[in-house]
Design a protein around this ligand. Structure first.
Ligand code: NAG
Ligand code: NAG
Ligand code: NAG
Ligand code: NAG
Length: 422
């Protein structure tokens, strides 16, 4: 109880003192605690009402302590930080023991800098709590109350709650990483109103509900939302996106891969769609992901043939379609991709691999175990394969499976939007 009282007192003192000193242009903000007549500032006519009650509490343990802040902006966030500290329920590494006194810039995890709007001021510009293992029921009232914050990294802690809509007020925030925590609730729509945000990492949490499609066209370089409980419907009306890294894996997708997204995501380096519920056939437009280094769509229910257009993904190093319902022949042009280091097609129903692909099998690059390839070891049983092929399986636009869009323009980087007619 005495801690709470002291804390409330502190809030009062800072608030009161700030109000009293607001006319003074002081670089050094000095806040006295328990040094004289408390009620003086608190009874000021212009004083904020909510703190008035607390002002009448008696001083005790903090007597004679004086907090001097290097900048008014630090004085303002001090009570915010101390309040957050009081909400932390577990701190096995003893991080918050360093969160004492007025030198906020030396608190573990806090970094100061000159804010963009005043190069002579000092403010908390960046927070890096990565791996601190702190537990707190919420970041509300903390993150959203740090007006000068530009980077907030708090991965691998035990923070929960949902993200406050008030984070939209954080005009300088451009990197937000709260991955690997216990956040829940809906997608933080507030980020849609943060045009300066370029990096959003909320993967490995318990967020639910839908993901607003506007997020894909926002000015983000990286969007990591994998390993949540989102129900993702990939919209088929995305025309352009700046996103360079996108991970959607381990959520709940519904439906097929829309044909249009591949053109929109043509600058993506990594596409992770594994362990989702993708169904349907793979559109040839996948070959438009010409910058992709990693494409992972393992453990879905994708069916049909592998499109030859994969041959256009010249930077591919890792391609994973293991654990799907793909069949037909593994296209030789895919096995000819020069940078491939891992082509994982196990647990499908392929029936044929040609000589180029067999070289990759020998080199340990291509894995086709548990398919239906008659002359290779470690295949499915004849019965299992027969059962699979007993059902007719069709994909639309069958002609497009042999279509290799980039081959028509060998000396140009442009790729036609439309394939020729069959
Ligand atoms: C404290 O302030 C009150 C009212 O503002 C005043 O009556 C009292 O004399 C002051 N006490 C001291 C010790 O300054
Ligand atoms: C900039 O910050 C300094 C230090 O806090 C302060 O003294 C000065 O008044 C500020 N300037 C403006 C224009 O706000
Ligand atoms: C994380 O927080 C939850 C409650 O949100 C708690 O039950 C759990 O014990 C915490 N885990 C650790 C490692 O602190
Ligand atoms: C190749 O990729 C698959 C799927 O991501 C993975 O399970 C496997 O371990 C990788 N193989 C090698 C040799 O890295």
């Amino acid at each position: 109880m005495s801690i709470i009282i002291s804390f409330m007192l502190l809030v009062c003192l800072i608030s009161c003192t700030t109000a009293r000193d607001s006319s003074r242009e002081a670089l050094q903000v000095t806040i006295g605690i328990g040094n004289g007549n408390l009620s003086k500032g608190c009874n000021d006519k212009h004083h904020n009402l909510p703190f008035k009650l607390n002002c009448k509490l008696p001083t005790t343990p903090l007597a004679n302590e004086v907090l001097k802040f290097a900048d008014q902006r630090l004085a303002l966030v001090h009570p915010i930080i101390q309040k957050f500290k009081s909400l932390i329920t577990s701190d096995p590494l003893g991080i918050t023991q360093t969160w004492v006194g007025s030198d906020i810039c030396s608190y573990k995890g806090f970094y100061c800098d000159n804010p963009p709007d005043n190069k002579s001021a000092i403010a908390v510009a960046s927070i890096d709590f990565n791996g601190f293992q702190l537990s707190a029921p919420s970041l509300d009232g903390f993150l959203d109350q740090l007006p000068d914050i530009a980077l907030f990294h708090a991965n691998s802690n035990n923070f929960s709650g949902s993200l406050s809509p008030n984070i939209a007020k954080l005009r300088y925030l451009y990197e937000l990483d709260i991955s690997n925590n216990r956040f829940s609730g809906p997608f933080p729509d507030a980020v849609l109103n943060m045009p300066g945000l370029t990096f959003l990492d909320i993967r490995f949490n318990f967020f639910t509900g839908s993901v607003p499609s506007q997020i894909f066209t926002q000015n983000l370089d990286a969007l990591f939302i994998n390993n949540n409980e989102f129900m993702i419907h990939l919209p088929d009306n995305i025309v352009n996106t700046h996103i360079f890294y996108l991970t959607l894996a381990n959520n709940k997708f519904n439906g097929p891969l829309p044909r249009t997204i591949f053109k929109a995501f043509s600058s993506l380096a990594e596409v992770l769609l594994l362990n989702d519920q993708l169904t349907g056939c793979i559109p040839y437009e996948i070959g438009l992901l010409k910058e992709a280094v990693v494409f992972d769509a393992g453990n879905n229910q994708l069916t049909g043939h592998l499109p030859f257009s994969l041959a256009c993904m010249e930077n591919l190093e890792q391609l994973n379609f293991a654990g799907n319902l793909l069949f037909g022949a593994v296209p030789e042009v895919v096995c000819e991709l020069g940078k491939l280091m891992n082509l994982s097609l196990s647990e499908n129903y392929f029936i044929h691999v040609g000589p180029m692909c067999r070289i990759l099998i020998e080199r340990g690059v291509l894995d086709v175990r548990n398919n239906c390839i008659p002359d290779l070891p470690f295949q499915r049983s004849v019965e299992e394969c027969a059962n699979f092929f007993a059902h007719p399986r069709f994909c639309p636009r069958m002609w497009s499976y042999n279509y290799i869009p980039c081959y028509h323009f060998p000396s140009s980087s442009s790729i036609p939007e439309m394939a020729p007619s069959p």
